[in-house]
Unconditional design. Structure first.
Lengths: 262, 262
DNA sequence: GTCCTACCAG
DNA sequence: CTGGTAGGAC
């Protein structure tokens, strides 16, 4: 079974890219971020035709997340729990599909630092950690997957010194990510490739992709119940090189069938 | 020798379309309208690489005309003569190339009627007619070619009654075109196909191309000196069907070598 | 750089 | 409908 995350950066503008990649990669479950579309303009028909069910939460201009799956999707949540004033962004959707609880997230970027957007990022991260705490020890396979907008360590950016003032690399944010993982989650890329620079995002500016000036922002976290099923993981880096591609590349993980490791 | 006109509707957005058509149609001289680009962002290099010299007048956002030629181009005018306050639009360029005086024009649309834009259209047409009068009897081959934004007769629109209030079909405008032709010009399409509906433009709206709901707006006029050289003319209608094409199709004419008919 | 929103022009 | 523009976000 293959599960992937892809920050598509505008689902309608990049529907062809998405469909091409779906066909090529053939994942069973896909989490999308940055739909940049209102809920009513989600291209459900084309996604269905490609062989996927889908649930999504959209909003005008920004954010927006979706879960695609070849099998039935039971929606669990359309946002993280939290205070009323936090509910304006479409950044989290959770479902049960393929026997797995899938939390699909798009964490706020948070720039500039300091400022209200950075404060919101930290608050959002707290909400996520609180919810994750309730999921990590469940007797259910749980995957928390998406665009975390964090480079967890120096290994996750081509040039750490360039990002010292960036919201994606602030000590508070890296710490929040480390503490989240410490709840008992497995960061699959770092589990399989502990010492390798692996990127999931290359800026559109200054030909970042050509220079491999990348960042690792998209992460796949498995709880203890599902982590033993981990087989492989990777980044479909070449997709970033397609004409008119998103600035992110898809990240995927493959798992054994449930029960195979027990 | 083959001469063509093509309202490209944004030369940078449609450079690939233009190059594909140039390769396929292989014209010797091409007049372009609606560059929608400032002069400095004209894609001279790519045009040169495709085998053409070029001269152009651009402006921000709108209008803009160019003459491309496989042979040397001597620029004659960068606008029609006229009053100072008429010089704000880039709608006319004239050159001597391939032994022919080529006037490349983009007449104002003029909608809505009535209004200052329609008045400007009529004034612009007067300026054109005055200039054309100076060209028509020259002992030189002259071609006046481009997007005239006029359907000269009922035969030139799929549904005349739909256009009674449209600036492209006002009696004053049709009359201005008829009087221009009457100076001694040959409208090559009507010369060769006097009774056939032939269109050069299909609106983007309501699938006009699929329904062949077209208009004939792009015209090729020859003066008496060059008219005897006329061999054939046509519209590259299929180009309108290409993905992301302009709403106009290229119109072309072929001529015998100079002197062959004398 | 490339999205989005808007508006304007055709 | 599909260009262009501008500004905001990332």
């Amino acid at each position: 079974m293959k599960i992937a995350t892809y920050n598509i950066n505008g689902i309608n503008g990049r529907l062809e890219i998405l469909l091409r990649w779906l066909k090529e990669a053939d994942p069973d479950i896909v989490c999308l971020q940055e739909l940049k579309a209102e809920s009513r303009s989600f291209p459900e028909q084309e996604i269905n035709t490609a062989g996927y069910n889908a649930i999504w939460v959209g909003q005008k201009s920004w954010n927006g997340v979706a879960i695609l799956s070849k099998t039935e999707i039971k929606e669990l949540h359309r946002d993280l729990p939290g205070e009323d004033d936090e509910f304006t962004h479409s950044r989290y959707i959770e479902a049960f599909t393929g026997g797995i609880v899938v939390g699909c997230l798009y964490l706020p970027n948070g720039n500039p630092v300091p400022g209200p957007k950075f404060d919101y990022k930290l608050r959002w991260f707290k909400r996520l950690a609180k919810h994750a705490k309730n999921l990590v020890d469940r007797e259910l396979p749980v995957i928390l997957i998406g665009d975390y907008n964090v480079m967890p360590t120096d290994l996750d950016t081509y040039k750490p010194e360039k990002y010292v003032n960036n919201a994606l690399f602030q000590p508070e944010v890296k710490k929040a990510y480390a503490q989240l993982v410490k709840q008992g989650w497995t960061d699959v890329i770092r589990k399989l490739y502990p010492d390798e620079p692996i990127y999931t995002f290359w800026d559109y500016l200054r030909n970042a992709y050509e220079w491999n000036a990348g960042l690792r922002l998209d992460h796949v976290l498995l709880n203890k119940h599902i982590a033993p099923r981990l087989v492989s993981a990777g980044v479909d880096k070449h997709v970033r090189g397609w004409k008119d591609a998103s600035d992110h590349a898809p990240v995927w993980v493959t798992l054994t069938s449930p029960g195979a490791n027990r």
